[in-house]
Design a protein. Structure first.
Length: 264
């Protein structure tokens, strides 16, 4: 069963292009989109979220063409957490998370007891309930990211997109966020699709991987099946030693390939 499926997606944004993207993302699993900077990872995520329209091809979500969704219906199907953390500084954590109920409300509708219960659930799932009355801007970077994920959860969608959810976090908070997402996936069966830069974290936490370079999808599959020395050369243009201990990859970079150095 697939959550998101694409057929020959092509998109030009300025001088950048996505080329013939065809893939199927499994439902109920965690998928990582990886690759070097400028490879089109975030652009692809924005196509899934209808923030960018493909010039060619189609996207199917939960068996329905992306273009057939009405805005409210789409917001009840898929939620996205972008990199930007721009929010009103005078919001409490609970007020922020409550915005996740917007797709289910008409203008000026009040929160129902069901809405409040869902907000409680989202905060409990992310460990932010204890901060519900604190102002969002007073939280640490890691706690702010958890509150933003709670906002996405409060939409009660089956699919969540996250664009680099661990960016700007220290290693401890990175692991806390990844552990939390893994637990949410296990307990609630949500489809999580995220852009990640840390290849080892992606392989450790994700069931499926999409590797991109220069607007193309080069590899897809289970991390343990696709990550090897050839993968590192093909996707990242580096020579590296790769081995797995259980499900965790140990990647030791050796040198940048000459062809890669000339391309920058």
């Amino acid at each position: 069963m697939t959550a998101v499926q694409t057929g020959n997606i092509m998109l030009r944004v300025g001088a950048f292009q996505l080329h013939d993207i065809s893939l199927a993302i499994p439902a109920g699993q965690i998928t990582a989109i990886v690759g070097p900077n400028g490879s089109g990872k975030s652009t692809l995520l924005q196509v899934f979220a209808r923030l960018l329209n493909a010039d060619q091809g189609q996207v199917i979500i939960d068996g329905k063409p992306l273009k057939s969704y009405k805005p409210v219906q789409f917001a009840q199907t898929l939620s996205m957490l972008p990199q930007s953390k721009n929010v009103m500084p005078d919001l409490t954590v609970r007020e922020l998370v409550s915005y996740g109920r917007s797709p289910y409300k008409r203008l000026f509708d009040r929160m129902t007891s069901e809405d409040e219960n869902i907000v409680d659930w989202a905060m409990e799932a992310t460990g932010t309930k204890r901060h519900e009355n604190r102002m969002y801007h007073t939280l640490s970077g890691g706690e702010q990211q958890k509150a933003r994920i709670a906002l996405a959860l409060a939409q009660r969608t089956d699919i969540i997109l996250l664009d680099e959810p661990t960016t700007f976090l220290d290693i401890a908070h990175q692991l806390e966020v990844m552990d939390m997402l893994q637990q949410i996936n296990r307990e609630h069966g949500l489809t999580v699709i995220m852009v990640l830069h840390d290849l080892q974290q992606a392989a450790n936490y994700c069931h499926y991987m999409i590797a991109m370079r220069q607007g193309k999808v080069l590899e897809t599959g289970k991390p343990k099946e696709i990550i090897n020395t050839h993968f590192m050369e093909k996707v990242y243009r580096i020579e590296a030693k790769v081995k797995f201990e259980d499900e965790y990859p140990i990647i030791i970079p050796i040198k940048t390939l000459e062809a890669n150095r000339r391309s920058y």
